[in-house]
Design a protein around this ligand. Structure first.
Ligand SMILES: Nc1ncnc2c1ncn2[C@@H]1O[C@H](COP(=O)(O)OP(=O)(O)OP(=O)(O)O)[C@@H](O)[C@H]1O
Ligand SMILES: [Mg+2]
Length: 521
């Protein structure tokens, strides 16, 4: 059902004269007026800066009339109060009157008027209708008004609409340009107005409807909203050293299913959409999340936990709601929530935090959710049970300290893959042995320190001595780290929800712990 149809049905079934349309597209108001114009005897519009106007629709064009016999029209952008007073009279004398209002700011006068009109029998039975078009209903109207009005969310655009706009643009250039279906897909979440301006800009700039330009625009749009950062990850699993069991698990259970969803569907399965990584700091959880997005070929949206947590008093929820909408608009995508325990902390009593927490929970559990949520935490034991409950996260996966093979590969990654470090006579095996307790981040740091040593010694290649010197500069307490390994191993037994994965993992970790113990003894 399209949103205009939805309006017709709800007008008939709900006793309310006020409808709120949520949209950030200024063209929706026009589209609405054009489609319903036959159903109303008179149409009035209030648009900021232009003021109150009579509207006629003729040959599918909207005509604004500023001269309606009253001085209010000639005064154009006069305040909304006068316009509302005027409409009060219009409603009293006429029937089948449509009044459309576009607004972005809160106004007491508007709230007052809507409240009076909303349950007015007379207005209702005369088939008069008041329609407000706004981007942020919660900001513009108060809760009470919102509760009793008809609320309709207009999608930014459908594929069909985007095709139509693109066809129009192509035709207007005498069919000199073309576009393909991929463009229709990647522009999901754009309003028609946005699509039109960015496609035209791309034509003037690059002489074509350029995919890159459209994607860039879309990402900028999301960044501007301030709650999500969009990244296009540079590296996939090739930049994650080691963790073979983990990578294999992700490929089998997530990536393969995601890239061939029909197979899963035939078995009544949907691709996994919620994954939680936990483990000690610096073990590559964030890195793995990014790499996973790259492997899936999806954009990576990082929820700016820090800005969400620091905003209080209603802002937080509004912003999170906005972020959720945006993410769903551009889905499939990966939404990354770092330190998810900041939201889902057990026993957190602050009201906003609680509400944000329940919004996240609802999103996680939403059957219709199209985005993949990846969360990380160092402290799964602090998470509220509701987060952990079955159905919220498909997989809860530990990322522990790297074993010997992983450390070797992490060294390789940081000297040969993500950066190329010229080396001479470096004893990799020796370093691997001497970094028993290091995490991935520390191994990366070790490479950087070694390179700095080489620079200081006036060389343009790194030697084994540079590494030895760097190794000596780390102070890592083996006994403490061993405790960390054991702690996370037992956390894995509690929280990891895939026993096969856990078994494989434990086997490798336990043999390592035993080897370590022998060494310490
Ligand atoms: N397995 C790995 N392979 C290659 N690099 C790694 C690996 N693990 C960690 N690193 C390096 O360490 C950096 C920090 O790791 P990352 O931020 O992913 O750790 P984390 O587990 O998310 O830590 P925290 O819990 O503190 O957020 C990475 O950007 C990467 O350069
Ligand atoms: Mg991290």
């Amino acid at each position: 059902m399209n949103w205009i149809e939805e309006y017709r049905v709800k007008r008939k079934s709900q006793f309310s004269t006020v409808t709120i349309f949520q949209t950030r597209d200024p063209k929706r108001l026009q589209e609405f007026v054009k489609s319903v114009s036959q159903e109303y005897a008179e149409i009035y519009g209030y648009i900021p800066w232009r003021g109150l106007m009579r509207i006629r629709v003729s040959k599918n064009a909207m005509i604004y009339e500023k001269t309606g016999g009253s001085s209010i029209f000639s005064q154009g952008a006069r305040g909304i109060e006068a316009a509302l007073d005027y409409m009060d009279d219009v409603f009293l004398r006429g029937q089948s009157i449509l009044f459309v209002i576009q607004t972005h700011t809160r106004s007491d006068a508007l709230t007052q008027a809507l409240r009076t009109w909303m349950f007015d029998d007379d207005i209702y039975f005369r088939n008069n209708s008041i329609c407000v078009f706004t981007e942020n209903p919660e900001q513009v109207l108060d809760d009470e008004t919102l509760k009793y009005a008809i609320l309709i969310k207009i999608p930014p655009s459908t594929e069909e609409e985007r095709r139509r706009i693109l066809d129009e643009i192509v035709a207007s250039f005498g069919n000199k340009f073309s576009y393909d279906e991929k463009i229709v897909k990647i522009t999901a979440g754009m309003t028609l107005h946005e699509l039109e301006s960015v496609a035209l800009e791309s034509i003037y700039r690059y002489r074509k409807i350029d995919e890159r330009a459209l994607i860039k625009f879309k990402y900028d749009m999301i960044r501007k909203a301030g709650i999500l950062d969009v990244e296009e990850p540079e590296f996939g699993f090739e930049a994650v050293g080691g963790y073979e069991i983990l990578k294999e698990f992700i490929i089998e259970n997530i990536i393969n299913i995601f890239s061939a969803p029909e197979k899963a569907q035939r078995l009544g399965l949907r691709p996994p959409r919620g994954i939680l990584f936990f483990g000690p700091p610096g073990t590559g959880k964030t890195l793995i999340a990014r790499a996973m997005a790259k492997e899936l070929g999806l954009p990576f949206l990082r929820l700016r936990t820090e800005s969400i947590v620091s905003m209080w008093y209603g802002e937080t929820e509004k912003n999170l709601a906005r972020a959720i909408n945006l993410a769903e608009e551009i889905a499939p995508c990966v939404v990354f929530i770092d330190e998810i325990d900041r939201f889902g902390r057990r026993g957190y009593e602050h009201e906003t935090t609680r509400r944000v927490f329940s919004m996240l929970l609802e999103w996680l559990g939403d059957m219709r959710r199209k985005s993949i949520i990846l969360g990380t935490t160092n402290k799964p034991q602090h998470l509220d049970d509701a987060f952990i409950r079955v159905g919220r996260f498909d997989y809860i996966i530990p990322v522990l300290l790297p074993d010997e093979a992983a450390r070797r590969q992490i060294l390789e990654v940081h000297t040969k893959v993500v950066r190329k470090v010229p080396m001479k006579d470096v004893d990799f095996e020796g370093i691997v042995k001497k970094t028993e307790m290091f995490n991935g981040a520390e191994i990366e740091e070790l490479v950087l320190r070694a390179a700095r040593n080489a620079l200081r010694n006036g060389r343009d290649f790194v030697t084994n001595e540079d590494f030895e010197e760097a190794l000596a500069s780390f102070s890592i307490n083996p006994a403490e780290r061993e405790k960390v390994i054991e702690e996370y191993l037992s956390l894995s037994e509690i929280y990891c929800n895939d026993s096969k994965f856990l078994k494989k993992l434990s086997r490798s970790v336990i043999s390592r712990v035993e080897a370590l113990k022998r060494e310490i003894d």
